[in-house]
Design a protein around this ligand. Structure first.
Ligand code: B1M
Length: 211
């Protein structure tokens, strides 16, 4: 459908008004919100992720595309909720305690939302208790971001808090952020690490068996 192609094109090129107008036009044409999401917005963000991984796009292009997708998604969200489109899983995402950097975390959240996950954003400086509470409230994935070497240990503390609360077996834990590595994820017993927002969506899907 031409309008779905125009939505894709708008998101890929970071054209926010174009994405909003495309989604509105698709709704006016009577296209199901789930179809607009699955055949317009999600493949567009997947393409953006590929271009990022291939070195064709950099963080600014990805951020601009993510904003365009978010604007289109905002229009669809209430309709998707009414239509009963089920998210893949709920992700509780936050920047760990002591850390105020949120640009990467927000990008990961938007990409995950664009890939079909429900997001519970715990914000920045999120203490272990906040993650524990989110899991108690039903989150199936905990996603922690850290940009400072001094705040990385809070990821370990959060894992320990999940264990102490008897929740570790009920949740998958993924981590990321500039100083974080796969070796660190292995060391603290996280279920996965991803280096960027695009691969974070693949990791999250594989963690819940939706790859
Ligand atoms: Co800060 N800062 N900062 N800073 N800051 C860094 C991180 C730093 C590397 C700069 C430097 O010294 N070269 C350095 C950290 C050194 C270290 O510990 N190794 C640093 C420092 C020291 C500090 C302060 C301590 C400075 C001071 O006050 N003396 C202070 C700390 C405040 C605090 O947090 N308590 C501080 C403050 C700030 C600002 C508030 C001014 C601002 C943050 C604004 C904001 O986020 N709203 C800021 C910024 C902007 C930066 C830099 C310049 C850029 C970070 C960024 O947004 N990158 C940064 C230097 C740099 O990186 N060049 C720096 C873009 C973003 C898209 O990338 O966050 O890496 P990133 O996210 C990527 C991946 O890492 C990954 O996906 C994202 C997209 O691909 N990813 C995940 C991230 N989270 C993920 C989670 C996942 C998976 C992937 O799964 C859950």
């Amino acid at each position: 459908m031409a309008v779905l192609d125009s939505i894709k094109e708008a998101v890929i090129s970071g054209n926010k008004p174009g994405a909003v107008a495309g989604v509105q036009q698709a709704l006016n044409e009577g296209i199901e919100p789930g179809k607009i999401l699955n055949e317009g917005l999600i493949p567009a963000m997947a393409e953006v992720g590929l271009r990022f991984e291939n070195g064709e796009y950099f963080v600014p292009e990805m951020l601009i595309a993510a904003r365009a997708m978010q604007a289109g998604l905002d229009l669809l969200k209430p309709l998707l909720a009414q239509g009963g489109v089920e998210p893949i899983a709920t992700v509780a995402i936050g920047t760990v305690k002591g850390d105020l950097h949120d640009i990467g975390k927000n990008l990961v959240a938007i990409m995950l939302e664009g890939a079909g996950f429900a997001i519970k954003d715990l914000g920045v400086n999120a203490p272990p208790e906040k993650f524990v509470q989110a899991v108690n409230e039903g989150a199936q994935i905990v996603a922690m971001s850290a940009l400072l070497t001094t705040t990385m240990p809070s990821m370990k503390t959060t894992l320990e808090a999940l264990k102490a609360a008897g929740l570790r077996d009920r949740v998958k834990v993924m981590i990321g952020g500039a100083p974080v590595t796969q070796a660190y994820a292995d060391e603290i017993g996280a279920d996965g690490y991803s280096p960027d927002a695009s691969s974070a969506t693949r990791l999250a899907k594989s963690l819940v068996g939706a790859a």
